[in-house]
Write a protein of this length. Structure first.
Length: 328
């Protein structure tokens, strides 16, 4: 039988399927089903500092309701404070005890000190690795690309200096030079790059004239952007390359592995097809490998990367010329 063993951030996995940070990690029964279906690893739903701040402010607001009318009422009960990240960390510990597969923590903070503090606490909670979700909308005309990148490197360096578990960075595709940022993170010791963060974009309702946001599942065509960059980065950096967004079936997984990925993250396809679809995807990859006499993932990983194809320019601008010349 085909050997699907691989790595994510250097952590050994039984196969390349990593369930991405999502609500499926919010229930122990679902997490166990993910493991039983055969997933190689799971990223626990993200710890967002913004959510902690919002919940803390909401708690304070609720406690103080009516205090302007009955000031003495605020002394009826002992002072209450939000528990901060403790609830999330307790859930991480509970999840760690429930399954044996590798688990990765996901973190998105705002203040530099909290990146380090939360990372250290997640390490203690028992995760095998940490995924830094370094994302913020850069809406200031005065903040340069160099400023944004400097902030990223500082966060990563501070976390790396304080934890012993491997660290991955989930990147945005919007950096001026994705390749340079990838190289800089690799040189600093990041063990994996997850390409790319999928952002929820706002929309407008023309009937209510209000802003609305909604979570929509990814589409298979979205996998082309990470595929392209994984193919171009393969062989140029040491860090593991992990594809996310748009991988919905075994064919999509095979494509990313051929491009050079060590693993793929999936979520949307599990909501539409069910958690058990993991086993179907794995069986599809095994059959494909058996048909081509590939014994291990390493036998074909990166085979169609930019480094290994006959015409490397097809991953760059040459494809546009070819399409324009052949279009009807």
């Amino acid at each position: 039988m085909a050997d699907l063993r691989t790595t994510y951030a250097g952590v050994p996995l039984e196969n390349p399927i990593v369930v991405a940070a999502c609500s499926l990690s919010g229930m122990i029964d679902d997490i166990k089903r993910v493991e039983q279906a055969g997933a190689g690893a799971m990223v626990i739903k993200s710890l967002f500092e913004e959510q902690i701040i919002w919940e803390s402010l909401k708690l304070e607001e609720d406690i103080n309701v009516g205090s302007e009318s009955f000031g003495e009422s605020i002394h009826y009960f002992p002072p209450l404070k939000h528990a901060g990240p403790k609830q999330h960390l307790m859930w991480v510990e509970k999840t760690r005890k429930a399954v044996k597969m590798p688990l990765f923590g996901s973190l998105n903070a705002i203040h530099p000190g909290n990146w380090v503090s939360y990372a250290k606490q997640m390490e203690v909670a028992g995760v095998n690795g940490l995924e830094l979700n370094v994302y913020a909308v850069q809406n200031s005309p005065d903040r340069t690309a160099a400023d944004v990148e400097k902030s990223l490197y500082e966060i990563v360096e501070q976390v790396l200096a304080q934890v012993k578990i491997p660290v991955a960075v989930k990147l945005s595709p919007y950096y001026t030079s994705v390749a340079n940022v990838a190289g800089e993170l690799d040189r600093r010791g990041v063990k994996a790059l997850v390409l790319f963060n999928r952002f929820i974009q706002p929309d407008l309702d023309i009937n209510t004239e209000l802003l609305r946001t909604e979570m929509k599942y990814s589409q298979p065509c979205e996998m082309r952007l990470p595929l392209r960059w994984i193919a171009m980065l393969y062989g140029r950096i040491k860090a593991d390359l992990v594809a996310t967004s748009g991988v919905h079936d075994s064919e999509g997984m095979i494509k990313q592995l051929l491009a050079g990925a060590t693993a793929v993250q999936i979520a949307s396809t599990l909501y539409t097809r069910g958690i058990e679809y993991i086993s179907t995807m794995l069986e599809g990859v095994r059959k494909w490998m058996d048909n081509r006499s590939y014994r291990a993932v390493s036998d074909f990983r990166g085979k169609v990367s930019q480094k290994n194809v006959t015409d490397p320019s097809l991953y760059e601008r040459a494809q546009y010329v070819k399409i324009l010349m052949t279009a009807p």
